[in-house]
Ligand binder design. Structure first.
Ligand SMILES: Cc1cc2nc3c(=O)[nH]c(=O)nc-3n(C[C@H](O)[C@H](O)[C@H](O)COP(=O)(O)OP(=O)(O)OC[C@H]3O[C@@H](n4cnc5c(N)ncnc54)[C@H](O)[C@@H]3O)c2cc1C
Length: 468
């Protein structure tokens, strides 16, 4: 038995086995279920869709491997490492191709290599001489404790100047949140930056100190990873180890009856079912959580979550013959700042990022469009979207002709935006838990949107149940 499992088993032997309902079978719900099942609790997961995994979806056909939702994750988080070990997935992990360390950012209509080290920054055409001086001057910032949150754009401008906001922060934020740096909260969207300012003043000095600490402790820098057969490997492995009666798919939950024992009312194909549990863990996306009705009066204590801003994005996976693309595609991908006024938010060089993602002699690109800045693009059908992005692909990457493979996924209101005022939504979730003992809430609207953050959220939810 592994050390982690031994630690949790001890808790359960001291306490009693509980019955737990988990709402939603995305990565957060599946991780919580995995941990709770491992220590002997009875778990039922209710999932509206006909399969588990949430927004993680991998498809494989004729030598193409496409991800319609997330494409990769960052290694290094202790919960992720432990989970991969427990699921025996270490041999399935693939690291990003070393070439993918290079990233392109579009400036003045051309993809320019983003500088990653001080010497590269000195030489880079991405920033003007004045812009570079402003960036290096950040090294002299003194630690600062702010009382008030501020937008990520204002925070970054204060540290590095406007040019870095336009050509560093803006494309970076598009790649993570598909959001607007002028609205995102510095404190909640990137808490590590907020903390770095408090501890070191300078974000650059904090990064250097972190790298030094890592070198001294001999730990490896986080890497971009996936699995040989794509990200669904992780959710499929989590699903496989669940007991036979644990996962209910096509099972939509809309109401709960709180009490010493909670009743979960769920619907499948026009039929209504009720089951009782000791605890309920909600990992639903904010809009679904907002619609949950509580008690016989059908109150909606999480209704405010319907107002939590969400980004809609379209992911267009395009396959081409190698000869159709003149760009070397020697990198992770290309991000497009809003000031460049293009239809695409960014393009991942998917067949460079990981090996074996396209048939021999072909390349795969994943084009992201939409986001909070251009939501209308996320709503277009495949042909209309292709028409909008093809001029960008042609002028920026030298793509010619029609793609030989097209896969289009539309994600409506899919990425929570941790905008200024986000604490209002966090408070609503905390207040709901306090008013309804036995209810626990977690997931991408509360605990961070990246996959490792959602895995940690699942672990945290399970630990809270185990500790109760
Ligand atoms: C397009 C896209 C690209 C992304 N790219 C990356 C990336 O490259 N790297 C990264 O780290 N992160 C990425 N993310 C973020 C990350 O994938 C998500 O934050 C994370 O997967 C969310 O997991 P979750 O379990 O919290 O929620 P979800 O995956 O949304 O799971 C919630 C589940 O609840 C179910 N549900 C909804 N309503 C009900 C109901 N009434 N009853 C029962 N079930 C219900 C849903 O069907 C869903 O399965 C991306 C996200 C998106 C949308």
């Amino acid at each position: 038995m592994r050390a982690d499992a031994r630690r949790y088993r001890h808790h359960v032997e001291v306490g009693s086995h509980k019955s737990i309902a988990i709402l939603g079978a995305g990565i957060t719900g599946l991780t919580a279920a995995h941990r709770l099942v491992a220590v002997g609790h009875r778990v039922r997961i209710f999932e509206k869709a006909d399969h588990a995994g949430g927004v993680i979806r991998t498809e494989q056909t004729d030598g193409w491997l496409s991800e319609s939702g997330p494409n990769s994750l960052l290694s290094g988080d202790a919960n992720l490492t432990a989970l991969l070990r427990e699921l025996n997935l270490q041999d399935e992990v693939v690291e990003a191709n070393p070439a993918a360390a290079k990233r392109y950012i579009v400036r003045d209509g051309k993809p320019v290599v983003a500088p990653l080290t001080p010497p590269q920054l000195f030489r880079s055409p991405l920033f003007s001489f004045g812009g570079k001086c402003r960036i290096f001057a950040e090294l002299f910032k003194r630690p600062r404790r702010r009382n008030l949150d501020l937008s990520l754009a204002n925070f970054t401008r204060d540290h590095f100047g406007q040019e870095l906001v336009d050509y560093g922060l803006n494309p970076f934020v598009s790649g993570v949140y598909a959001g607007d740096p002028a609205k995102l909260s510095a404190r909640y969207a990137f808490p590590s930056l907020w903390e770095a300012e408090q501890s070191h003043g300078s974000i650059l000095r904090a990064q250097l100190a972190k790298a030094k600490l890592r070198r001294q402790s001999g730990s490896a820098a986080p890497k971009i990873i996936s699995f040989r057969s794509g990200l669904a490997t992780l959710t499929q492995a989590l699903t496989r180890q669940l007991p036979a009666d644990c996962l209910a798919t096509n099972a939509r939950v809309e109401s709960l009856l709180p009490g010493q024992r909670w009743s979960v009312i769920w619907h499948r194909e026009g039929e209504t079912h009720t089951e009782e549990f000791d605890r309920v863990i909600c990992t639903l996306p904010p809009a679904a959580a907002a619609h949950l009705r509580f008690g016989i009066l059908g109150e909606r204590p999480l209704a405010v979550l319907a107002n939590l801003p969400m980004a809609s994005v379209s992911s267009l996976y395009l396959g081409y013959k190698r000869s159709q693309v003149t760009h070397p595609l020697d990198g992770f991908g290309m991000l497009v700042p809003a000031t460049e006024r293009r239809a695409v938010l960014g393009v991942l060089f998917s067949s460079t990022l990981f090996s074996d993602r396209a048939p021999d002699g072909h390349v795969a690109l994943t084009v992201m469009a939409g986001g909070t800045g251009r939501p209308e693009l996320a709503a277009l059908d495949t042909d209309a979207l292709l028409k909008r992005v093809q001029p960008d692909l042609s002028s920026l990457l030298g793509v010619s002709g029609e793609p030989v493979m097209v896969r289009h996924s539309t994600w409506s209101r899919a990425i929570p935006q941790y905008n200024l005022g986000h604490e209002r939504y966090l408070e609503v979730m905390s207040a709901c838990e306090q008013a309804h003992p036995g209810l626990l809430i977690g997931g991408s609207a509360r605990d961070g949107i990246a996959l490792p953050a959602c895995i940690s959220a699942g672990e945290k939810l399970a630990r809270r149940v185990i500790g109760q």
